[in-house]
Design a protein around this ligand. Structure first.
Ligand SMILES: [Zn+2]
Length: 237
């Protein structure tokens, strides 16, 4: 986590609902060069991978990323009910192209998108990590990461990362991609195999969504980056 983001995170944790910085509602934006949203009632919940795309597979538990991502996404949908309308990009083990997921987000009106993934890497890498790219998505990422850090006991918090991915750059609504932990790490993989832990992860993300909708941003709006859409060429997820 860069020093500037650490400062943002600290500001986020210290701030309250009393003087929110809020973005305009009900409109789409190509670059997200505005403050984050407040008062939204729709969440697009995106379970990563699916069908022929397994994502990562844990060498420790044997479970595929697509299965855990759908489980956590389904729990998140339930955790957001009844306060929010949720739109799932998939509800079963089916392949959904990334561009279709983006289109679904763009049809969902005044909404935010939360994409659920599990990470893969070295055996030593551990802990949750949250990606964002648009200026209007930074606060949501900070809130999610802060809440996940609190439930993922014994793991690192890898912080938030500003990265241009197809699901952080291309949707025209605020959007984040959450890596809930490392399937390649035995501590994380065993935690993620536990339904209770997956429920705690979903509840932590739901709390962050509710806080963002109720309070607006918890940090100053970072400068926009006017970059081209992410393509299949450079997409990592
Ligand atoms: Zn993934």
């Amino acid at each position: 986590m860069k020093a500037s983001l650490r400062l943002l995170a600290l500001t986020c944790l210290l701030s309250s609902c009393q003087s929110p910085i809020t973005g305009s509602l009900g409109s789409h934006s190509t670059y997200g060069d505005r403050a984050g949203p407040r008062g939204f009632r729709t969440v697009v919940v995106d379970a990563g991978h699916g069908g022929r795309d397994n994502g990562a597979r844990s060498r420790i538990t044997g479970t595929a990323e697509k299965t855990l991502a759908l489980d956590i996404a389904s729990r998140l949908k339930r955790a957001l009910s009844p306060g929010f309308r949720t739109v799932m990009t998939r509800t079963s083990d089916t392949f959904v192209p990334l561009d279709t997921r983006v289109s679904t987000a763009n049809r969902s009106g005044d909404a935010i998108l939360v994409s659920i993934h599990l990470n893969d890497g070295s055996r030593r890498s551990t802990g949750p990590e949250t990606y964002w790219w648009r200026s209007d998505s930074c606060s949501i990422a900070l809130r999610v990461q802060s809440n996940l850090k609190a439930v993922n006991t014994g793991s690192n918090s890898r912080g938030t990362v500003r990265r241009r991915l197809r699901l952080t750059r291309n949707p025209e609504i605020p959007c984040i991609l959450v890596e809930c932990g490392y399937l390649s790490n035995s501590h994380d993989a065993n935690l993620l195999a536990d339904a209770g832990e997956r429920e705690r992860i979903a509840q932590a993300i739901a709390r962050a969504v509710r806080d963002q909708s109720a309070c607006g941003d918890c940090c100053p709006t970072p400068k926009a980056i006017y970059a081209a859409p992410s393509s299949a060429h450079d997409a990592r997820e």
